[in-house]
Design a protein around this ligand. Structure first.
Ligand code: C2E
Ligand code: CA
Ligand code: CA
Ligand code: CA
Length: 279
């Protein structure tokens, strides 16, 4: 029994060591990827009630020689604890603005907005506003086409800094969307202090909306809050026509999800638009 116990312990230690080694090598590779800007943005279309494209959300991918395209769920948490999210986030803002600049040259894409995800650490950098402003100016884009997706937890960290940063960014002219809405604890009182343009209903409420009446009730509450505050509502994770119909009936006006398109590289995104303006 003692033997077995020792072996178990040894295996356990080996497993722990493996985890530590994998993490260390992933971190090392992520640092190299950051140095070389070795990332890609994928674009997922956002549509109106008539299924016309209004814009897209940019979602980062890390092409890895061994693991293929690494999804952000696998490396963004590591990027956050190591601080690498700051240069990664800078690259995302710069690349999104460059793309908006390209879109300006074509009547088909000129009016499309582009949403980017912003991490708390990135948002708290003292030069974040200057960075966003510089990228908007460098690519000569209408700032209102750039939408920053912020989460409730990010906004609640330090209300004074949040309000100051958002006010400065509003001066620049960019838009704000509250991502994963409904998963946090924001009160109406709190939200009305912030210059938000959009609430993004979290996909966890959309998933079961056609079968779960409390999810439907939550969605209706979010939409009526939004209407009170004159804020647009987008639903994410829309996968079926039934979900779309119900969301529409609840008063939702903008949609995103696999029903219309999964996130795709820019050449596919543009081909999709050229092919058919109704998704
Ligand atoms: P998110 O911002 O909530 O993005 C939505 C996620 O849902 C994306 O996963 C998207 O591909 C996926 N999705 C879209 N439509 C559907 C659908 O109909 N059904 C289902 N089941 N899923 C759908 P993805 O691309 O893997 O991104 C995961 C998360 O990683 C994002 O969640 C966001 O929090 C983070 N992320 C992505 N790109 C960036 C980035 O550039 N910067 C930062 N800081 N975070 C990012
Ligand atoms: Ca998002
Ligand atoms: Ca989301
Ligand atoms: Ca179509």
């Amino acid at each position: 029994a003692k033997e077995a116990g020792r072996n178990t312990l040894r295996f356990f230690n080996q497993d722990m060591q493996d985890i530590i080694n994998v993490r260390a090598s992933l971190e090392h590779e992520l640092r190299i990827a950051v140095d070389k800007s070795h990332f890609e943005l994928y674009y997922q279309v956002q549509v109106n009630a008539a299924k016309q494209a209004l814009g897209a959300e940019a979602l980062i991918r890390w092409p890895h020689r061994k693991h293929g395209l690494v999804s952000p769920g696998k490396f963004i948490p590591l990027a956050e604890v190591t601080g690498l999210i700051v240069p990664i986030g800078r690259w995302v803002v710069e690349t999104a603005c460059a793309q908006l600049g390209e879109w300006q040259k074509d009547a088909l894409t000129r009016d499309l907005s582009l949403a980017v995800n912003v991490s708390a650490l990135q948002f708290r950098q003292s030069d974040f506003v200057t960075q966003v402003q510089a990228a908007v100016q460098r690519h000569a884009i209408p700032p209102s086409l750039l939408k920053l997706e912020l989460t409730e937890s990010l906004l609640q960290e330090d209300i004074d800094i949040t309000v100051a940063t958002m006010t400065a960014l509003k001066e620049v002219g960019v838009q704000f969307s509250l991502d994963d809405f409904g998963t946090g604890y924001s009160s109406l009182q709190y939200l009305k202090q912030l210059p938000l343009n959009q609430f993004k209903i979290d996909q966890s409420f959309v998933r079961d909306i056609t079968t779960n009446s409390s999810d439907e009730a939550i969605v209706k509450t979010i939409i009526s809050m939004a209407q009170t505050l004159h804020i647009e509502v987008i639903a994410e994770g829309v996968e079926t026509e039934e979900q779309r119909q119900l969301l529409l009936a609840c008063g939702c006006t903008v949609f995103q999800g696999y029903l219309f398109s999964k996130p795709v590289p820019m050449d596919e995104f543009e081909a999709m638009l050229r092919d058919d303006q109704n998704m």
